[in-house]
Write a protein that binds this ligand. Sequence first.
Ligand SMILES: *[C@@H]1O[C@H](CO)[C@@H](O)[C@H](O)[C@H]1NC(C)=O
Ligand SMILES: *[C@@H]1O[C@H](CO)[C@@H](O)[C@H](O)[C@H]1NC(C)=O
Length: 268
Amino acid sequence: MFVGLLVTAVALADEPAVALADEPVRVLVTGATGRTGSQLYAQLAHTGIERRAFVRSAEKARKVLGCTKCDESEGIYVGEVTDTAALVRASRGVSTVAIAVGVDGNATAKVQKAVEFGGVEQTLAALGQPANVARFGLPALRVVLCSSMGTTLPAPGKEKGGGILFWKLQAEAYLGATGIGSTVVKPCGLVDGVAANATLLVGHDDTLLSTVPPLVSRADVAAVMAAAVLERASALRFDLCSKPGQAQSARAVLGMALWPWQKAPRGF
Ligand SMILES: *[C@@H]1O[C@H](CO)[C@@H](O)[C@H](O)[C@H]1NC(C)=O
Ligand SMILES: *[C@@H]1O[C@H](CO)[C@@H](O)[C@H](O)[C@H]1NC(C)=O
């Protein structure tokens, strides 16, 4: 596996050297039957990583994830991100969680907050359950969060998902202060389409909102999230968009997201 360089580049200063060498890497994907989550789940197959899926419906998991029994024996955990007990159960023994949960624009204000913010808070608390911290150590835990571009707009308005973006930003801020290593991917407009058929653009602070059209495929977002899982990347938070042209490797895209002070010591 190609784990190593990037992890070293962005490792927390006080991270113990031992890390997870003797531990199986086990990732839980939440929102796994969603349009981005299902592609992430699929892309994590055959990576040597043990996958789990947290889903709201075993029936939908059967259709979308190709499971048979679609129960815990196959790593499929059924529950809501507002259900602490279900999250704790699904996260036990897991060192990385990839969050691909999101509400649609029709969700009520209450549901927006409960899922986009409360759901992330509870997911992080479940990952940080005492048994996981004891087993892996806090600095070795990882979260890969799919958020959204557009969070610098002070008042985006309902048609631009104002409430949703507000709560996504709250979730990002919360994650940043948990002590859990994290990668936050903030895509522009999500569309269907194949992976690796466009040049991915990495930015910060919504400068890529000027991209025309401001679109990126869910498959590419999933590929970048999968790379972050595999690399055990941390201290990354970046906007992701695309333009027609040659595709790069998803791992190279993570390197593009490093700040100069993260890159320089390692020559990235
Ligand atoms: C919101 O609801 C309408 C009517 O049911 C539906 O047509 C539309 O696709 C929904 N929008 C989203 C973002 O799901
Ligand atoms: C790849 O992208 C080009 C535009 O850059 C598009 O014309 C083509 O249909 C895409 N291929 C696939 C398989 O989606």
